[in-house]
Design a protein around this ligand. Sequence first.
Ligand code: F6P
Ligand code: MG
Length: 478
Amino acid sequence: SEYPYPPYDPTDKSGFSYDTVVKRWPIILTGIIDTIYRIDHDISVSLPSLTAGSTEETQAQTKFAEGKAIIEKISQLKYDMARDRPLECIPADGEVYADEYNEVLNQLAEQKHNTWFTAPWLYAECYLYRLLRSFVTQTVHWKSFDPFYAQKEETFRGSSKAIYQLATTIHELDAEKQSIRDDRGKLAILFKEMIQMCLWGNATDLSLLTHMSHDDIAHLQTVGKEAQAARLEFILKDDQDKVISYLESLKDKDARVDFVLDNAGFELFTDFVFADFLVTYTPYVKKVVFHPKLIPWFVSDVTPSDFKSTIPSLFSESFFNPSNASGGPQQHEYLQKMVTRWQSYLDSGVFTLAVPVDTELGQSHPKGDFWTGPWPYWDLQEKAPELWEDLRGSSLVVFKGDLNYRKLTGDIKWPVTTPFETAVGSFGGVFPILSLRTNKADVVVDVPQEVADKLDAAGEKWRVNGKYALVSFLPRRA
Ligand code: F6P
Ligand code: MG
């Protein structure tokens, strides 16, 4: 390839991509099969109560048959995967990038890297979610089916404790709003708390749930000062001070901040809290743009519909168990107050969701499909020039999470000491970048060799176990 290092792929059995093909993907696929199976089962139970020959009955029968056909395709996929068969072309299903995915696949075939155990991990994983999408878009009744919906909802519900706690923290800030804006020292301390809260919010993506218990997750969601201090040593690259002084330099410049979102539920909640903090409590930022994934992606990533249901869920009296407001019923009020402010920001366009055309919010943005393409981000300008141009107008683009980091660095085997600036290639310097990533895949850059060696020697799976993190900032090129 034209890249300076080879990609991570499952030919290395000690890497995380090997584990992924052997264990994680089959579990994820089996989960989807179960979900569809259950829906189909409910349909079959309801059939006898429908009038024979009615439109309703015909539709139910078609949906049932389509569900069954999707299950068969996914089972075949699992079978092919386990036997290291070649990846097949994405069918022309009328959605974006089928040709583009297939073009890369053809190149991989020429290099004999087009099978499940030889294809570059980054490509194969993106391809997998795009292929799954094609299975549902080719139906009549499953077109808007999100196989991960229930899982996302359930985990969101389960994170109420941390959510109430954060709402209380923000409520406490209210009393000090003016003094915070005027006191740089105080602001800088809060800034770091917010960055870290948003960073560790990424520790809980659902594609990793295949080896994490709900207790593990609750533990990762522990918020608050002590928990943060304890975890500071796990941040192996820490550009927090750099990003704060950069933001300070923006004073009175009406900055716009973009979030390239990662996961729905708790992580999205922390993104909202951070965005709210930037707009409400700092004097630097006037506008925040959120970029979702337009199709179900890497299990838990935010889709437009996840984004839109987040605020109603947080408002709902029944979504969270109120007994988890361990600080008393006023915690529920704090949450409502904060979320009311978020809604007003959405209504007035201070917060916007970047989707091609958003009928509900009445806003329109350059195409957002690029985030579900197979490419490293150094291809942004070539593949999505409109989006590239749009992001050039941003004062800071925050990239959340592990997959974004893999795409920023191309998921290739950079030596660990490679500067972040080198690893992002031509993507660097065009607009300021902040990557907040907990380590869940092998690629890591800009960490001192001694640090890496020491962790390796201690037998720590620090690149992949989600316990370690990187805060990487790169300013606009002067
Ligand atoms: O490490 C497992 C994994 O599924 C990776 O394949 C992927 O990069 C990541 O988790 C997703 O994590 P995140 O939601 O932080 O992008
Ligand atoms: Mg994710």
